[in-house]
Design a protein around this ligand. Structure first.
Ligand SMILES: *[C@@H]1O[C@H](CO)[C@@H](O)[C@H](O)[C@H]1NC(C)=O
Ligand SMILES: *[C@@H]1O[C@H](CO)[C@@H](O)[C@H](O)[C@H]1NC(C)=O
Ligand SMILES: *[C@@H]1O[C@H](CO)[C@@H](O)[C@H](O)[C@H]1NC(C)=O
Ligand SMILES: *[C@@H]1O[C@H](CO)[C@@H](O)[C@H](O)[C@H]1NC(C)=O
Ligand SMILES: *[C@@H]1O[C@H](CO)[C@@H](O)[C@H](O)[C@H]1NC(C)=O
Ligand SMILES: *[C@@H]1O[C@H](CO)[C@@H](O)[C@H](O)[C@H]1NC(C)=O
Ligand SMILES: *[C@@H]1O[C@H](CO)[C@@H](O)[C@H](O)[C@H]1NC(C)=O
Ligand SMILES: *[C@@H]1O[C@H](CO)[C@@H](O)[C@H](O)[C@H]1NC(C)=O
Ligand SMILES: *[C@@H]1O[C@H](CO)[C@@H](O)[C@H](O)[C@H]1NC(C)=O
Ligand SMILES: *[C@@H]1O[C@H](CO)[C@@H](O)[C@H](O)[C@H]1NC(C)=O
Ligand SMILES: *[C@@H]1O[C@H](CO)[C@@H](O)[C@H](O)[C@H]1NC(C)=O
Length: 594
C-alpha cells in the first residue's frame, strides 16, 4: 500500500515537473496541410502552394522561448521540407528543414517539427526549401514577440501587418525547374506579388482588368508595425508607401537605430519591421509599391507590385502615377549607403534586457576566415551550375547530420577551401569545418553582375562591412566594429564584398546559401559543421524519435500509412493540448496504481 502510493506520488511529482516546464515555456501547436491550390495572381491560372488552403500561409505568432509544434502534411505530389528562416534551432539542427539535416517528407506523408524559439525576437518567415518550391508559394510569417517583462524600444503599435513582397512567374515551379535543368535563364519575372496578389490597376495599359490586389485597411492617426519580407525568387525590390514615412525599427531580430526612410531596398530573403503612422489627410487611398531594382525601368514596368493603403475615412481611390523610386540603374552606391545606414540600437535590449551592444563583437579575435567567391554560372560536366569558391554543392541522398549520427563515412568531405580555388570548378558535397566556440569571419565576394543575398541557418551574423572592389586584408580597417546589425540574411552587391562575423556557439550542420532561388538551386550553398569536441548531451539535442531515413539509411525507415487530409485544420491551440495530455496521463497513472 505504502509502496504503491509512493510510486503514484512520484508520478504526480514527475507530472508536476513536466507541467512546470511547459508553464515556463508554453507550447504552440499548428497543423499545416501543404497542398496545391488554383490561383491566378497575375491573371494566368496556375497551381500555387497553399497551407491549409491559404496563400500566403498562416502566421506563426509566438513569444521568446516558446515551443512550437508543427505537424506538416505533405499533400503535394513531390517531396517537401519546410525551413524556418532565421529561427536558430539552438543545439537542434534536426528541425532546420533543409536537405543537409533532414530527409524530405515523401508526398502523402506527414512529419512533425518541434523546436523552441530560444532567446529570439523578431520578424522571420518559413518556406518550402526544396527544388524551387518557394517560387510557387508555401511561405508564411513567423513573428517572435518579446516576453512582456522585456522592454521594446518603441510604444506598442496599434496593429501588426505582415507584408510579403516578391517577384513572380506565371510558369509554375516545375516549369521553372525544367528551364534551369535545361541550362536556361529564368528571364524577366511576370510581376511582383504583394501578399500573394497581383498589382492594383494603377495603369490600364500595364495592368489587365480583373486582377485581385491587396488592400491594407487602417484607421487615421494610428501607428502600425509593418513586417515586410522579400519572399521572391531573385529580384531586389524597393518598398515605399505613398506620402508616408517608413520608420525602420527592426531587422531579422535586431532592434535598429530608428530612422525614417521614404523607401528601402529589400533583397531576396530579407525581413524588416517599420512603424508607419497614418498621418495623411485621406483625400484618397495611397499606393504601396514594390518595384524591381537595378533594372531597365522601361523594360521592367510590368514588374511592379502595387497594393492599396486604405484609411477608414478615405475620400476616394488612389490615382495618378506611382511614387518614384530611386533611378540608379548604373549606380548602386546609393543602395549600399542605405544598407550601411541600418545600424543596431546598441542601448536597447532584444530577447533579453541586456543592451544589444553588450556583446562586443568588434573586440573578439577572429579564429577562422573564409572568403566565399560567387561567380556567374559556369558549365560543369555539361550542366549549368553556380559555384562558391569553384565548388557547386550537390546534396547527398543521405543528410549530413544523419550520416554522422550513424557513423556513415564518405557522404561528404570536410575540406571546403578557405579561399577561392584556381582549378576548374567541380560539383561536390564539401563542408566547412567550423570550430566550436570559434569566431568566424566570412567575406562574400560577388563576382557576378547581379545582387545576391546570402543566408546562414542556426545563427545571426554581424554585418561589419560592404564595399565595391576586391576584399583585401586592408579592408578590415573599414569594418564597423561597434553597431553593425546582427541578422541572418545579407545582400552582396555585384562587384562588391560583404563581410560578416559569427560566433560559432551552436552545434550542428548549418546551411549557408544564396537566397536567390535560381542561384541556390544550381548549387550555391555550403554547410558549416560545428561540433563540440567534448561531446556531451548538453550541447546538442538527440535525434528526434520521428526522424525520417533516406539515402544509405533508407532501410531504417518504417512505412507510413497514407493520410486523409480531413483531419488537419488551421487550428493553433496554445498549451491546452499538452495540459490535457498531461491530465489524461495523470488520471491513467492514478487508475493503474489505485
Ligand atoms: C506546371 O506546368 C506544367 C506545364 O507548363 C504542367 O505540365 C505541370 O503539371 C504543372 N505542375 C503543377 C504542379 O502545376
Ligand atoms: C500575436 O500575438 C500577440 C501576443 O500574444 C498578440 O498581441 C497579437 O495580437 C498577435 N498578432 C497577430 C497578428 O495575430
Ligand atoms: C502524423 O500526424 C498524426 C496525426 O495528425 C500524428 O499522430 C503523427 O505523430 C504524425 N506523424 C509524424 C511522423 O509526425
Ligand atoms: C534606442 O533604444 C533606446 C532604449 O530602448 C530608446 O530609448 C531609444 O529611443 C532608441 N534610439 C533609437 C535612435 O532608436
Ligand atoms: C501607362 O503606362 C504606359 C506604358 O508605360 C504609359 O505609356 C502611359 O503613359 C501610362 N498611363 C498613365 C495614365 O500613366
Ligand atoms: C519620422 O517621421 C514622422 C512623420 O512621418 C515623424 O513624426 C517622426 O518624428 C520621424 N521620426 C524620426 C526618428 O525621424
Ligand atoms: C491632402 O494632402 C495632399 C498631399 O499632401 C494635398 O495635396 C491636399 O491638398 C490635401 N487635401 C486636403 C483636403 O487637405
Ligand atoms: C532600356 O531598354 C530600352 C528598350 O529596349 C532601350 O532603348 C534603352 O536603351 C535601355 N536603357 C538602358 C539604360 O539601358
Ligand atoms: C586577441 O589577440 C591579441 C593578439 O594576438 C591578444 O593580445 C589579445 O589578448 C586577444 N584578445 C582576446 C580577447 O583573446
Ligand atoms: C576540423 O576542425 C577541428 C578543430 O575544430 C580539428 O580537430 C579537426 O581535425 C578538423 N577536421 C578536419 C577534417 O580538418
Ligand atoms: C570578376 O573577377 C574578374 C577577375 O578577377 C575581374 O576582372 C572582374 O572585374 C570581376 N567582376 C566583378 C563584377 O566583380
Amino acid at each position: 500500500m505504502v509502496a504503491r502510493w509512493s510510486v503514484a506520488a512520484a508520478l504526480v511529482w514527475a507530472v508536476v515537473l513536466v507541467g512546470r516546464c511547459s508553464a515556463a515555456d508554453p507550447f504552440a501547436y499548428y497543423n499545416f496541410d501543404v497542398s496545391y491550390k488554383t490561383a491566378s495572381p497575375l491573371g494566368v491560372e496556375q497551381q500555387v502552394i497553399a497551407i491549409n488552403k491559404q496563400f500566403p500561409g498562416p502566421l506563426i505568432n509566438v513569444t521568446t522561448n516558446w515551443n512550437v509544434v508543427i505537424n506538416v502534411l505533405n499533400s503535394l505530389d513531390e517531396p517537401l521540407l519546410i525551413t524556418w528562416d532565421g529561427i536558430q534551432h539552438r543545439k537542434n539542427c534536426w528541425q532546420d528543414g533543409v536537405l543537409g539535416t533532414n530527409c524530405p517528407i515523401p508526398a502523402g506523408w506527414n512529419w512533425t517539427y518541434q523546436f523552441q524559439v530560444k532567446d529570439q525576437i523578431g520578424s522571420f518567415f518559413y518556406f518550402p526549401s526544396l527544388g524551387l518550391q518557394r517560387a510557387a508559394g508555401g511561405y508564411g510569417g513567423i513573428t517572435v514577440n518579446n516576453r512582456v517583462v522585456i522592454a521594446v524600444p518603441f510604444g506598442e503599435p496599434d496593429g501588426d501587418i505582415t507584408l510579403f513582397i516578391g517577384d513572380w512567374y506565371n510558369k509554375n515551379h516545375t516549369a521553372l525547374r525544367k528551364a534551369l535543368d535545361d541550362g536556361k535563364d529564368l528571364g524577366m519575372p511576370d510581376g511582383v506579388l504583394m501578399n500573394g496578389k497581383g498589382p492594383y490597376r494603377y495603369n490600364t495599359t500595364l495592368v489587365p482588368a480583373g486582377i485581385d490586389y491587396e488592400t491594407i485597411n487602417v484607421e487615421p492617426g494610428k501607428t502600425y508595425r509593418f513586417r515586410v519580407h522579400n519572399v521572391g525568387i531573385s529580384t531586389s525590390l524597393n518598398l515605399r508607401i505613398q506620402n508616408h514615412n517608413l520608420l525602420l525599427v527592426e531587422t531579422e531580430g535586431t532592434y535598429t537605430m530608428q530612422q525614417n526612410y521614404t523607401n528601402l531596398d529589400i533583397h531576396v530573403g530579407q525581413s524588416y519591421s517599420f512603424l508607419v503612422t497614418m498621418d495623411q489627410n485621406a483625400s484618397s487611398d495611397y499606393y504601396i509599391v514594390a518595384s524591381a531594382r537595378f533594372v531597365n525601368e522601361s523594360l521592367w514596368t510590368r514588374v511592379t507590385g502595387v497594393a492599396i493603403l486604405h484609411y477608414s475615412n478615405s475620400k476616394g481611390k488612389a490615382s495618378g502615377p506611382l511614387p518614384d523610386g530611386p533611378n540608379d540603374f548604373y549606380d548602386k552606391t546609393w543602395s549600399m549607403n542605405q544598407a550601411q545606414s541600418i545600424r543596431t540600437n546598441v542601448s536597447s535590449g532584444a530577447a533579453r534586457p541586456n543592451p544589444q551592444g553588450s556583446f562586443r563583437y568588434g573586440s573578439i579575435n577572429v579564429t577562422q576566415v573564409y572568403v566565399l567567391r560567387n561567380k556567374p554560372p559556369v558549365v560543369i560536366d555539361g550542366k549549368r551550375r553556380t559555384t562558391l569558391n569553384g565548388i557547386s554543392y550537390s546534396p547527398p541522398a543521405t543528410p549530413l547530420r544523419l550520416a554522422d549520427e550513424y557513423d556513415k563515412k564518405g557522404i561528404y568531405t570536410l575540406d571546403f577551401p578557405t579561399r577561392p580555388l584556381d582549378g576548374p570548378p567541380r560539383i561536390a558535397a564539401s563542408v566547412i569545418n567550423g570550430t566550436y566556440k570559434g569566431f568566424m569571419e566570412i567575406i562574400f565576394q560577388n563576382n557576378d553582375t547581379i545582387v545576391q543575398t546570402y543566408h546562414m541557418d542556426g545563427y545571426a551574423f554581424f554585418v561589419v562591412g560592404m564595399a565595391y572592389g576586391e576584399w583585401t586584408e586592408d579592408s578590415r580597417s573599414q569594418y564597423n566594429k561597434w553597431d553593425g546589425v546582427s541578422r541572418c540574411t545579407t545582400q552582396v552587391f555585384p562587384g562588391a564584398w560583404t563581410a560578416v562575423l559569427v560566433s560559432l556557439d551552436n552545434v550542428g550542420f548549418w546551411n549557408v546559401r544564396a537566397e536567390n532561388l535560381d542561384t541556390w538551386y544550381l548549387g550555391q550553398e555550403v554547410y558549416i559543421k560545428v561540433v563540440n569536441p567534448e561531446s556531451s548531451d548538453k550541447t546538442e539535442s538527440p535525434i528526434p524519435d520521428n526522424a525520417l531515413y533516406c539515402g544509405v539509411l533508407q532501410n531504417l525507415q518504417k512505412p507510413q500509412k497514407p493520410h486523409g487530409s480531413s483531419e488537419t485544420s488551421s487550428s493553433s491551440i496554445l498549451d491546452v493540448g499538452s495540459k490535457l495530455l498531461t491530465l489524461i496521463l495523470l488520471l491513467a497513472s492514478i487508475a493503474i496504481f489505485a
